[in-house]
Write a protein that binds this ligand. Structure first.
Ligand SMILES: [Zn+2]
Ligand SMILES: [Zn+2]
Length: 143
């Protein structure tokens, strides 16, 4: 079954599961305050897919917050186990960010940009060959 998908994933308890049918358009890591709080660690690792390529099974809960960039970011998580799974940004339609830690096999993940590096904790070590921006550079996510 898995061979037909680009990737599969889900939450810790297995209540929410998803399949992804095509490769991501953008991959990034973010150290902003909201990403650190919502992941409980030094950064969020996100892969951005076309909404139609991500097929979700199971109910998620969500929480919307206003990002420093002015966009509203809605984060989706499992209502049972709390695993962070997805994110969407206001103003960017038809794109969904998948929390890469929830992917079963994320060996394809190769971030091309690190954002909000000004908020990076000193204990969070990143690949220094990846371009890092103190804040949000002009469009990371292509429409
Ligand atoms: Zn769960
Ligand atoms: Zn962030």
């Amino acid at each position: 079954m898995a061979e037909n998908y680009f990737a599969t994933g889900g939450c810790l308890c297995g209540k929410v599961q998803y399949t992804i049918s095509a490769a991501p358009r953008v991959m990034s890591q973010c150290h902003c305050d909201d990403c650190r709080k919502s992941t409980g660690t030094g950064h969020a690792s996100n892969a951005f897919f076309k909404q139609e390529d991500v097929h979700i099974k199971g109910e998620t809960s969500h929480y919307a917050s206003l990002a420093e960039s002015g966009a509203t970011i809605t984060r989706y998580f499992c209502p049972i186990c709390g695993s962070l799974l997805f994110g969407t940004l206001s103003g960017i339609k038809n794109v969904i960010a998948v929390a890469v830690g929830s992917v079963d096999d994320s060996s394809w993940f190769k971030p091309s940009v690190i954002v909000y590096s000004k908020r990076k904790p000193h204990w969070d070590f990143m690949d220094e060959s990846i371009p890092a921006f103190a804040e949000m550079p002009p469009p990371v996510v292509k429409k």
